[in-house]
Design a protein around this ligand. Sequence first.
Ligand code: PLP
Length: 453
Amino acid sequence: MKTSKETSQALVEKDQRNIWHHMSKYDSKREPMITTKAKGSWITDHNGNKYLDGMSGLWCVNVGYGREELAQAAYDQLKEMSYTSMSQSHLPAIKLAEKLNEMLNDEYMIFYSNSGSDANEVAFKVARQYHQQNGESLRYKFISRYRAYHGGSLGALAATGQSIRKYKYEPLTSGFLHVAPPDNYRRPEGQSIEEYNLQRAHEIEEKIVWEQKETIAAVIMEPVITGGGVLIPHPVYVEKVQEICNRHGVLLIIDEVICGFGRTGRTFGHMHYDIKPDIITMAKGLTSAYLPLSVTAVRKDIYESFNNTEENSHFRHVNTFGGNPAACAVALKNIEIMERENLTNRAAVLGEKLRDGLKELESHPYVGDIRNQGFVMGIEMVEDKTTKEPATEQRVGKIIADCKANGLIIGKNGDTVAGYNNILALCPPLSSTDEDLDFIVSIIKKVFKENGS
Ligand SMILES: Cc1ncc(COP(=O)(O)O)c(C=O)c1O
């Protein structure tokens, strides 16, 4: 819908007067993009401008926009039975839990919440209580990685390793420790990727031992650090971390909030590695963000430790909206679409094509590294290819603005850690067509060419 100039101005003014926007600097004159329509990989703003959404919203609209089947699934369910709390049950929740276990190839207990942050909070509470009920009540600490994002609530933010997002909100929940993640592009010269990744994994073991292993509840990590700069580990890292966790009685929580549901070219990101997480959290792609829903999948044997008749031994956590019937119905339909259209495989194919299409950027003076796993890509911009000095905010911002001026929305790892907000991000819908992909490649190449000196 294109609005008249007057209506458009009035909308902007109302927005400026009433809405406090997420992650935005104070600017009373800021004109947000007001999206009025979206179909496939494309969104249209209130002035009628069309953009290819190269970020799938916030890394979430995996099956693309405007799927009538998803709207219908929500409508049908809301008419039939709109609400029941998850202290009881309903049909879509039961079907979805069964489906998720089929996708996970194992038996997990499915706990429903609303957001990725919620799902991680549940994981932390389950882990602490599990250890207590297992006779290891000192295990309360969590280890996560610098540069990773795990959510905005005080516990999930404590797990987050991005100091800029924590600054001025501290002190956060206590008991969260951080180690450096593998950043293969910036590994010490002369060290092989494998050696370097094993060393990074060893730092987790060191942390566990130095902190007294009997105080460590769990390690939490994304299979690929996505929002923190698309940092892709070598498989030896992830597999070593699992082995270390097993050896020290530490649980492994895998945050699949972005990596899940086909994004990396596998059903779940951790399926690239030979690991078996104890707890898996998911959100975003679960419903392709058509409705809010998240899941904390907990291994059956952990759940069994709650089979205890002592007072307060049950998991005393509730949220009103988690497992909403319409959201579960949408998730089921969303997964059906993914399977029918083979979108996980499509993610792998599109990722390769994107990589090939952007190959010539490797020699661009301000491109240090291009990396992807499936259809999530990071382009690390530098001032100098030899020193790897991170590109300035202005240089990175100019590429993003020029892409937008050419009809392509791309992202970056904004507000993460000082000095390293220099990585462009691409995470388009997995349903993108070949023409969409050609468009993305052509605009990025054009914009980099115009910003070559
Ligand atoms: C890896 C990861 N975990 C957790 C979250 C938090 O999810 P939500 O914004 O739904 O709370 C995010 C959000 O971007 C995320 O990227």
